[in-house]
Design a protein around this ligand. Structure first.
Ligand code: ATP
Length: 266
């Protein structure tokens, strides 16, 4: 059974108008895809293609007008609040903006400890131990738990966000442009961390990105959205770069100068 199955999802946002009944512009059009346990699907596409909206629909944050999201076989939007809370534990998110993703008045221990408080109700001592362990897993020092967001670099703060996302040992993380605002060196360090976590904990990712290089590096399967439609979905990234679809060709061309290995693929 797929971990995540998106079936025929269609969605639009209401465009408010004073004079007419609110119309909805279609942002997602009949989207179907699936993610297997331990798989990373890279979701590519130009700005405005609908990638983040699909991420929100999958996370249960934006109810689609049509279609179904099955996570571990459970219909996300047909489940009750109790089941949804259980599902949320297994389905986490890391956003692009590491600074606005955290409360600046909370220290790292409070940030990482928040999901633990909500779900695990550990003793204060056990929670601190778990936070220290999580800090080490993401490559930070246990003593960093006392620091506040402004005392971390962007890359370090994204590690804090990742520690929070893995605190409850989820099955899947939606990474919405999670490395896009980082410099190249930090980006590759965070991609390595994400790959290590995937290998060690059997995590699945939906890696939303406009950057083919980052997506190719981390993903097993790749898909492309264009104007609300899923125009390409390839289970195999090696096959993906050889596809003749125009959107794929454009993406592959954009990485040619730096990646000679792709020259033979086109
Ligand atoms: N809350 C909202 N209300 C109305 N329209 C929205 C809302 N969120 C997104 N949109 C519109 O939906 C379309 C798809 O946006 P979305 O953010 O999903 O695309 P994207 O592919 O993630 O783009 P980007 O890479 O720039 O984030 C865009 O035209 C956007 O303006």
């Amino acid at each position: 059974m797929s971990l995540l199955r998106v079936s025929h999802v269609t969605h639009g946002y209401a465009a408010s108008s004073l004079f007419r009944k609110a119309k909805r512009s279609i942002v997602l059009s009949d989207i179907s895809l699936s993610i297997e346990p331990g798989q990373c699907l890279g979701l590519l596409g130009a700005s405005g293609a609908g990638k983040s909206t699909l991420g929100k629909v999958i996370l249960g944050l934006e109810r689609p007008q049509k279609g179904q999201i099955l996570f571990q076989g459970v219909d996300l939007y047909a489940s009750n609040a109790y089941d949804r809370k259980k599902l949320r534990r297994d389905l986490q998110v890391v956003f692009q903006d590491c600074y606005s993703s955290v409360n600046p008045k909370m220290n790292a221990e409070q940030i990482i400890g928040e999901p633990l408080m909500n779900y695990e109700k550990l003793s204060a001592q056990a929670q601190t131990r778990r936070v220290e362990e999580l800090l080490e897993i993401v490559g930070l020092h246990p003593d960093d738990r006392k620091k506040y967001p402004h005392q971390f670099s962007g890359g370090q703060l994204q590690r804090i966000n990742i520690a929070r996302a893995i605190a409850l040992k989820p099955k899947m993380i939606v990474l919405d442009e999670a490395v896009s605002s980082l410099d190249m060196v930090t980006q590759s360090a965070i991609l390595k961390l994400l790959l290590d976590l995937k290998a060690n904990f059997g995590l699945s990712y939906l890696f939303i990105s406009h950057d083919i290089k980052a997506a190719y590096h981390i993903s097993d399967a790749l898909a492309v959205m264009d104007h609300g439609e899923l125009v390409v979905h390839s289970e195999n990234k090696e096959q993906f770069i050889g596809l003749q679809h125009l959107s794929v060709q454009k993406l592959v061309q954009s990485m040619l100068p730096e990646h000679p290995r792709f020259r033979s693929g086109v």
